[in-house]
Design a protein around this ligand. Structure first.
Ligand SMILES: Nc1ncnc2c1ncn2[C@@H]1O[C@H](COP(=O)(O)OP(=O)(O)O)[C@@H](O)[C@H]1O
Ligand SMILES: [Mg+2]
Length: 397
C-alpha cells in the first residue's frame, strides 16, 4: 500500500512531463503550419484577403499589402466593409459569395488604395467550407489589371488612328487638287487687264484662306500616309537645342522662358532627327499655347533602363512641363485622338502626329496634369545602344 502511494507522484510527474512534451510538439507543429501557410500566401502573386463568415478580415498577404499600399496590421480583424469603405462592388462580391456559397467574379472592379488612387482589379471570391460543409469565410483574390487595361487602350487607340488615317488620306487627296484650282483662278483673275483693283481685297482673302487650308491638308496627309523614319544614332539634346534656337523669337514674343534640365550622361537615341524635331515642336507649341500670359517651360531629360512601356528597351525620357491650366481627366482621354481640339482654330492633329512618330520609333508617350497648375508630356525614345542584360547577383565578384 505504502509502496503504491509512493509510486503515484512519480507516475503523475512522468505523465505531466509526457503531456508537456506533447503540448510542445503540438505547439511547434502548429507554428510550422502557420509559417507554412504564411509562406504559401506570401509567395502568391495574387493579392489575397481572407474574410471570416462574420465579414471580418482574417488574413492579408504581402501582394495585397502592396496593392492596397498598407501593411496587414491595421486591416486584420476589421470588418471588410470598414477596411474598404469606398469599394462597393468588392463589398458586394464578398457578401454575395458568403450568401450564395458560390464563387463570384468581377473582372472590372475598382480598389481604392490608401493614397486615394484607384486601381482596376479582377476579383474572385471563393467560399471556404469546413468539413461539415458550413461556410467559414471567403478568400478574395485580386489581380491588378492596370497594365492590361493600358495595353488594351493603346491597341484600340492605334486601331482608331489607323482607320482615321485612311479616311483622312482620302479626303485630303480629294481636297488638294480643287484647292490648287481655286488659288490659280484667283491669281488669274488678278492678272486680268480689266480687273478692278478694289476687288483685290477679295482675291487676296481667297488666296490666303486657300493657303491656310492647303497647310492643314499637308498636315493631314503627313499624318495619314507617314514616311518610314530613317533611323540613326543621334543626340537628343542637340535636337532640342536646335529647336529652341529656331523657336527663340516666338518664345520670347509670348513671354515664355525655357528651363533646360538635361541629364549630361544621356546616351544617344535611335531616331529620325527631323521627325523628333516635329514631335518636340508640337509639344513646345502646345505648352506655349497653354500659357497665354507667358510663363516657364521646363525641358527635362533622363535615362531609364528597361522601360516597361517600351517592351523592356532602355530609353531616353524627355519631359515638357508647362505651368498652364492643365486638363481634366475627360480631356486626357482624348488628347491623342486626331482632330480633338479645345482651341479655336486648332487642328487637333499635333498630339496625334507626335504619338504616331514616337510609336514608329518604338517609343511611348504619356501625359499628366494637375488642373490649374500645369501639364507634363513625357516622351520615351529607345536608345541607339541597348545595354546588355544586368549581371546576375551570383556572377558578381
Ligand atoms: N500643354 C497642354 N496643356 C493643356 N492642354 C493641352 C496641352 N497640350 C494639349 N492640350 C490639349 O490637347 C488638345 C489637342 O492638342 P493638339 O493635338 O496639339 O491639337 P491642337 O493644339 O491643334 O488643339 C488641345 O486642344 C488641348 O485641349
Ligand atoms: Mg497643338
Amino acid at each position: 500500500m505504502s509502496a503504491k502511494s509512493e509510486e503515484r507522484p512519480k507516475d503523475n510527474a512522468s505523465e505531466l512531463e509526457r503531456l508537456r512534451q506533447t503540448c510542445g510538439d503540438l505547439r511547434s507543429s502548429l507554428e510550422s503550419m502557420r509559417i507554412y501557410y504564411e509562406d504559401l500566401l506570401g509567395s502568391l502573386q495574387d493579392a489575397i484577403v481572407v474574410v471570416d463568415s462574420g465579414g471580418r478580415i482574417r488574413s492579408v498577404n504581402q501582394a495585397a499589402e502592396e496593392l492596397i499600399g498598407l501593411s496587414a496590421q491595421p486591416l486584420n480583424d476589421r470588418p471588410f466593409e470598414q477596411a474598404f469603405p469606398h469599394d462597393r462592388p468588392l463589398q458586394e462580391l464578398v457578401r454575395k459569395t458568403l450568401e450564395s456559397g458560390r464563387t463570384r467574379t468581377d473582372f472590372d472592379a475598382r480598389l481604392t488604395r490608401l493614397d486615394g488612387s484607384q486601381v482596376v482589379v479582377s476579383a474572385v471570391g471563393s467560399l471556404i467550407r469546413d468539413a461539415r460543409g458550413e461556410a467559414r469565410g471567403v478568400v478574395l483574390a485580386l489581380r491588378d489589371q492596370t497594365r492590361i487595361r493600358d495595353l488594351e487602350e493603346r491597341l484600340s487607340r492605334s486601331d482608331r488612328l489607323a482607320a482615321l488615317g485612311t479616311v483622312a488620306a482620302g479626303v485630303a487627296h480629294e481636297i488638294r487638287n480643287p484647292l490648287a484650282g481655286l488659288r490659280g483662278a484667283a491669281q488669274l483673275l488678278e492678272g486680268e487687264s480689266d480687273f478692278p483693283p478694289a476687288f483685290k481685297e477679295y482675291t487676296s482673302v481667297i488666296i490666303k484662306e486657300v493657303d491656310r487650308l492647303a497647310g492643314i491638308v499637308e498636315i493631314l496627309l503627313s499624318f495619314a500616309s507617314p514616311r518610314a523614319p530613317v533611323l540613326r544614332s543621334c543626340n537628343l539634346h542637340q535636337i532640342l537645342d536646335n529647336l529652341l534656337f529656331l523657336e527663340q523669337a516666338p518664345l520670347r514674343d509670348r513671354g515664355v522662358s525655357v528651363q533646360r534640365v538635361y541629364d549630361p550622361q544621356l546616351p544617344e537615341i535611335l531616331a529620325d532627327p527631323a521627325e523628333i524635331h516635329q514631335v518636340f515642336l508640337n509639344l513646345i507649341r502646345n505648352g506655349v499655347e497653354a500659357m497665354p500670359g507667358g510663363g516657364e517651360l521646363t525641358l527635362r531629360t533622363r535615362y531609364e533602363r528597361s522601360s516597361q512601356r517600351c517592351g523592356g528597351l532602355s530609353v531616353a525620357v524627355a519631359e515638357i512641363i508647362d505651368r498652364g491650366a492643365g486638363f481634366d481627366p475627360e480631356i486626357e482621354r482624348h488628347l491623342f485622338t486626331p482632330f480633338f481640339t479645345t482651341k479655336e482654330g486648332g487642328t487637333g492633329l499635333g498630339l496625334a502626329i507626335c504619338l504616331r512618330i514616337v510609336e514608329d520609333h518604338g517609343g511611348a508617350m504619356e501625359a499628366a496634369s494637375q488642373p490649374g497648375k500645369g501639364s507634363s508630356f513625357r516622351v520615351m525614345l529607345p536608345l541607339a545602344k541597348q545595354p546588355g542584360p544586368a549581371p546576375q547577383e551570383w556572377l558578381r565578384p
